[in-house]
Design a protein around this ligand. Structure first.
Ligand code: SF4
Length: 361
């Protein structure tokens, strides 16, 4: 049988759902969960009282999905925050989405890449807590076919992604300079793709260190986020409060970073996550600019929200960082519409131009 490789970040195998210990269960996030055909068959075959409960709580119109309660909670989440399907039918009976979440996958020829998503608090804890440089491992899995793509572009982008991650991890350069360098690098790569002259080697990162300057570029990006679709009703009032405090808070960024030395490592881990997860998608759409934009916008917004939390509560715990990152991811990253709007803005809005993005750092 033909095989392929599964390539995963080293921390991938550390993930295990913390179930009833989870403070922000994905089973109460209001997400519509589509049920795959094999699970539908299994649920339809299930007899007895639980079989009837299954059928009552599945909407079979279109792609079958669970009928959420009015508050957005899955009907099978018990008051002890456990899954009734798991309890009654065992772990193998979970539908594909429930079994896999928050794992994500990307398919290339002979390689399937994966990771865990920041919208899950346990995944966010694992990612933020990484103290080592990012590394991956590979295992053999049965072959899965992929759509055709430009192999040379893919190989170049793979090498470039490695360079970007190495730059994020470079201890000799300040976080702000790294971000500026990567924005410039992304611009050059995009230009080379337009000119059909991309090679992985000819563009080097400029290791220039620059001092932080106050700018209101991030304020406009935060305002842009106010117009996006929301998942949690508290998100917009929270964002508005942080925007209203921008002028007073943002100038305290250097003080905040020196008082919280761990923050830069958290941000580097988040930056690496976005590059690992999204950069190679440019293999299929040749769009590097918005992948770099998504990473830099995400780390700058999250850093500002960390800063607001530090000013408001007088300290910044790992738990509050996890909560901020998880919320941001749920609102922005895990909404296809919002992700698309943000990527479009990298081309259409002056506020998202490389010049403006560099001013943030
Ligand atoms: S958010 Fe993560 S840890 Fe919490 S219930 Fe869902 S998968 Fe488990």
């Amino acid at each position: 049988m033909k095989n392929m490789k599964l390539r995963a970040p080293k921390y991938f195998k550390d993930f295990q759902c913390i179930a009833d210990k989870c403070k922000n269960s994905c089973c109460s996030a209001g997400w519509e969960i589509d049920i795959d055909n094999n699970s539908v068959k299994l649920y339809n075959k299930t007899n007895g009282e639980f079989g009837q409960k299954l059928k009552r709580n599945i909407d079979f119109n279109g792609q079958p999905h669970f009928k959420l309660k009015k508050n957005g909670t899955c009907p099978f989440l018990t008051k002890d925050k456990l899954c009734e399907i798991y309890i009654n039918l065992g772990s193998n009976s979970l539908c594909h989405i429930c079994k896999e979440h928050p794992r994500y996958y990307e398919w290339f020829e002979g390689i399937k890449e994966c990771g865990i998503g920041l919208c899950c608090e346990e995944a966010a804890r694992i990612i933020l807590s990484q103290n080592q440089n990012f590394s991956t491992y590979e295992t053999e899995i049965p072959y899965e076919s992929v759509e055709k793509y430009d192999n040379t572009l893919h190989e170049n982008l793979t090498i470039i992604r490695k360079k970007i991650i190495a730059h994020i991890e470079n201890p000799e350069i300040s976080f702000n300079s790294k971000m500026k360098n990567i924005i410039s690098y992304g611009n050059s790569i995009q230009q080379k793709i337009y000119d059909n002259s991309l090679t992985s080697l000819e563009i080097e990162l400029e290791n220039t260190d620059t001092n932080f300057k106050y700018s209101d570029s991030l304020k406009n990006i935060l305002k842009f986020l106010l117009n996006l679709e929301t998942c949690n009703k508290d998100w917009i009032p929270y964002l508005e409060r942080c925007i209203n405090l921008y002028d007073d808070n943002y100038i305290r960024l250097p003080e905040f970073i020196s008082a919280n030395p761990k923050v830069n490592k958290y941000l580097e881990n988040i930056a690496t996550y976005f590059i690992w997860r999204y950069f190679l998608k440019a293999t299929f759409d040749e769009d590097v600019l918005s992948k770099i934009g998504l990473m830099t916008i995400s780390v700058s917004v999250i850093r500002y929200l960390f800063l607001c939390e530090w000013i408001e509560s007088g300290n910044l715990s790992l738990d509050s960082c996890i909560n901020i990152v998880r919320t941001f991811s749920e609102e922005i990253e895990y909404s296809e519409e919002n992700l698309a709007e943000l990527c479009d803005a990298c081309y259409e809005s002056q506020d998202f131009s490389s010049k403006k993005l560099k001013e943030i750092f």
